[in-house]
Design a protein around this ligand. Structure first.
Ligand code: B3K
Ligand code: ZN
Length: 874
């Protein structure tokens, strides 16, 4: 396979102004008639070069230029390319192709999902529909006529506004849609199906009424309200916070069961994975409700950050994704708790993005090469990209950041631009120099900040030394220090925030500062201090970096209860728990546990005056995945055992407090996804889980009752999960059966049922997981089901996956090979856990490597999996 380089970017030789599409949809295929209004690009030096259009899996039926059918020697159909040798400066090209959506298991381009037609074109799926210059810097106005059987497909949708509709012969009908906004073809969408419509309206800040519509299968009609409400909140929020008003008269959301990712921001016609949009309290957990709100917002926000201003090429992917993730994170923080949202994002970064950045697929936020772009929809592009934009906001401050964002949208509206254009707008609006900051886009790897301190009692000066280093990553060594905002505070021995005087006579010094790191090493002096303070470092996770500082357990315990910054209180608790667990890894079973940990956790469980949402987060012990990421050579069973020991020790010591906590948090009121209720349910379910870890008889009864009596999925699933992970084997089997009987007709719930088993070290033994693949509910063509079983096993059931005999690795290799023929994008994602082989202790490492080699040697490997596997073995 070929590598694509950013350095080889050239402007398109031809531009497309208008696209006229006609789809004839049938059961055995679809005929696509496309007429493109094309002209030479005045900015290109390609002159009268042949016209080249991208294609993939198309059967070409005819080509005509300005209405004249072309003879066979006037063009060349190379399969992945249609070349028309001599074309005038300006012309119309009409192409007819035949495709087979019903056989499209890659779920790219036009395909069928539970009887409906739908599309997914980002990044390069439009070429599976018709021949086209499939690159985001070619922006055109689309007019789309969809024709299909009237009974089977009463609803026919595409981007923009409906302009014409009517009946055709043979019980067929058509609708024509027109999108007035020029867009890249990756934002094209089409849906045809037998769907119910849910309507609402939104009045914009300028008084325009927008027609909001959701289209879902009839059985899901009662699961739309939450997404619709989330949409309206997003629309209002984007007006209030970013000054962005919606631009079309209609906004549509469609739910689709078979979908490679979460959702897609097609202009005016967002398409969602059903699991990321449909919810009712009986079927979706609190976490799902919150995720749906965030994804609905994310896709909606793309209308400006992505659609009105789009990417010049796919190396710029983070231009739209990083900025939009930041926007949805701000939105979620505003809808709930800022601290809790920050904790969740920092956890994802530190657990998964840091691991990606330390692994073989490590790449900069703006990559400089790729083989398959689908492999670059990563945590680095999305989450680190969002952190990078967040740092700009931190450096500029709220107001200048908003000025920069306004300038960016105004300057580039209707254009396809680069991350550099984004940074330039921020610079121009603020007057700040971000030239060194740009390294965040260019250099891969997670920076390390080594912090040391000393106190000069005589002068009353506290001196902090911060050294920045960035590890080597594939293809990148000797990196330059990056411009990094480093937020901190200092506490006295009572936990009081001290003024941060950077010079001896500074008046009214603030108690929190954002220091700017630009050099390899900095020394900061804080004056006027009577005693050595306790530092609270990298508050709110002000930069996506690792901080190394020799914290003592006393300091961490102190910060855990005193830091005025909630995020850092949580962080101190995590660091303490990590330290305790790490000290037990590989140690004899009777090694005593630090009793101060018990005291600290008892305080959390019993003191109901604390912020309960924060407490709910603080009670989550660091995950195995995070502990593995922190380890140099991970021995998973040893890490698992050490973590279990701490968990059991805490549960035994706090047993009565947990029961009391459980009862105190009993829910009385009607279910709502408010921060208070979410915290309450989370605390209750944590208490239950801990009680069952120690086989507590009362805990077991509480769990069984909660399972039976639950009126919402959060409680039902909380009880189910606790039982599934317990040693009460017959209860486990019984509730699992009951759960399946209750919900077997609901695919989104069946997904949860599959994954609660596959991800459990207790219930997810390999034979059991293999049996799930044979279950009637499993479907190889449905990515959610695949993720729920294979993804959950390899990604979350770490003791199962890392079984000493290597059986978990062989299992994954086998399934990846099987999936590669069905859906390469999903196969390439699933192989990820194996690519981290260098991270593990030697016995595991070699077996993981040979499993990867098994995949590498599969015949007819897709380029998606090829890229991931070859880079991991390099
Ligand atoms: N832009 C899409 C992702 C498309 C992934 C294509 N493989 C969803 C999103 O980020 O909003
Ligand atoms: Zn996105």
């Amino acid at each position: 396979p070929q590598t694509i380089y950013l350095s080889e970017y050239r402007v398109p030789a031809y531009l497309v102004d208008n696209v006229d599409l006609r789809f004839e949809l049938f059961e055995d295929g679809a005929r696509v008639h496309s007429t493109l209004a094309i002209r030479r690009n005045p900015e290109s030096d390609a002159g009268a070069a042949p016209l080249e259009l991208d294609g993939d899996s198309l059967v070409l039926e005819s080509v005509a230029l300005n209405g004249e059918v072309l003879a066979d020697d006037a063009f060349e159909d190379r399969g992945d390319r249609l070349i028309v040798n001599s074309v005038p400066e300006q012309f119309k090209l009409s192409v007819v192709t035949w495709i087979e959506p019903q056989n499209n298991t890659r779920l790219e381009g036009l395909y069928k999902s539970s009887g409906m037609f739908c599309t997914q074109c980002e990044a390069e799926g439009f070429r599976c529909i018709t021949f086209f210059p499939d690159r985001p810097d070619v922006m055109a106005r689309f007019r789309t006529r969809v024709e299909a059987d009237k009974t089977a497909y009463p609803v026919l949708l595409s981007n923009g506004n409906p302009v014409e509709s009517g009946d055709l012969d043979n019980d067929r009908h058509f609708v024509t849609w027109e999108d007035p906004f020029p867009k890249p073809c990756y934002l094209f969408a089409l849906v045809a199906g037998d769907l119910v419509e849910k309507r609402d309206t939104f009045t914009t800040c300028s008084g325009r009424d927008i027609d909001l519509r959701m289209y879902v299968e009839p059985r899901n009609a009662d699961k739309c309200a939450h997404a619709m409400d989330s949409l309206k909140r997003s629309m209002r929020w984007d007006e209030d916070v970013y000054g962005r008003e919606y631009d079309l008269d209609i906004f549509m959301i469609v739910a689709v069961d078979d979908f490679n990712m979460g959702a897609m921001e097609n202009k005016g016609l967002n398409i969602f994975n059903s699991s990321c949009v449909l919810a009712s309290k009986e079927t979706a957990t609190d976490v799902a409700f919150q995720r749906i709100e965030a994804i609905v917002a994310h896709e909606y926000f793309h209308n400006w950050s992505g659609n009105r201003v789009t990417c010049r090429d796919w190396f710029q992917l983070s231009l739209k994704e990083g900025f939009t993730v930041l926007r949805d994170a701000q939105f979620s923080a505003d809808m709930g708790s800022d601290t809790v949202k920050r904790i969740e994002d920092a956890t994802l970064m530190r657990t998964a993005q840091f691991a990606e950045d330390a692994g073989p697929m490590s790449h900069p936020v703006r990559p400089s090469s790729y083989i398959e772009i689908s492999n670059f929809y990563t945590l680095t592009i999305y989450e680190k990209g969002a952190e990078v934009v967040r740092m700009i906001r931190t450096l500029l401050g709220e107001d200048l950041f908003r000025k920069g964002s306004d300038l960016y949208f105004e300057r580039h509206d209707g254009q396809a631009v680069t991350t550099d254009d984004f940074v330039k707008a921020m610079e121009d609006a603020s007057g700040r120099d971000l030239s060194q900051f740009r390294l965040w886009y260019e250099q891969a790897g997670t920076p390390v900040l080594d912090v040391a301190d000393e106190f000069d009692a005589e002068r009353g000066v506290y001196r902090l030394t911060v050294r920045q280093s960035i590890p080597d990553t594939p293809g990148q060594t000797d990196k330059q220090p990056q411009h990094t905002p480093f937020a901190l505070g200092l506490l006295d021995e009572h936990g009081k925030a001290l003024p941060l005087r950077l010079s001896a006579n500074e008046q009214d010094a603030p108690v929190e500062r954002v220091l700017e790191l630009t050099d390899e090493s900095h020394v900061f002096e804080f004056h006027g201090l009577a005693q050595k303070p306790t530092p609270s470092l990298l508050r709110h996770f002000s930069a996506p970096v690792r901080v190394h500082y020799p914290w003592t357990r006393e300091q961490l315990l102190f910060l855990m209860s005193h830091d005025p910054d909630g995020f850092n209180r949580w962080d101190a608790g995590q660091r303490l728990a990590v330290d305790v667990i790490q000290s037990l890894v590989g140690e004899p079973k009777d090694t005593p546990l630090d009793s101060r940990l018990v005291t600290a956790y008892r305080h959390l469980v019993t003191d109901s005056s604390l912020d309960q949402a924060l407490v709910a987060k603080m009670l989550q012990l660091p995950s195995e995945a995070y502990l593995i990421e922190l380890a140099r050579e991970a021995d998973v069973p040893a890490i698992h055992a050490a973590r279990e020991r701490v968990l059991k020790h805490l549960a035994i010591a706090l047993r009565d407090d947990l029961v009391a906590c459980y009862r105190r948090n009993a829910s009385g009121e009607d279910y709502a996804v408010t921060p208070e209720q979410v915290a309450r349910r989370s605390l209750r379910n944590t208490a239950l889980a801990w009680l069952l870890v120690i086989n507590d008889e009362e805990g077991r009864e509480l769990a069984l009752r909660q399972y039976r009596e639950a009126d919402n999925m959060t409680d039902r699933m909380g009880a189910l999960r606790a039982l599934v992970n317990s040693d009460y084997e017959s209860d486990r089997e019984q509730v699992l059966d009951d759960f399946y009987q209750r919900f077997q007709t609901d695919p989104q719930v069946v997904e949860q049922w599959l994954s609660v088993q596959a991800s459990s070290p207790v219930a997810g033994q390999l034979p059991k997981v293999r049996a799930l693949l044979e279950h009637e509910a499993f479907d190889w063509r449905n990515p959610n089901k695949v993720r729920s079983v294979i993804g959950a096993f390899a990604g979350q059931n770490l003791p199962g996956f890392h079984a000493v005999d290597g059986s978990g690795y062989d299992f994954l290799a086998e399934q990846v090979c099987r999936l590669d023929d069905i859906n390469p994008q999903i196969a390439a994602r699933l192989v990820t856990p194996l690519t981290r082989w260098k991270k593990f202790a030697p016995a595991y490492r070699s077996q993981m490597k040979s499993a990867l080699e098994q995949v590498r040697d599969k015949s007819g490997l897709s380029k998606d999996v090829y890229e991931v596997v070859h880079k991991s073995l390099a």
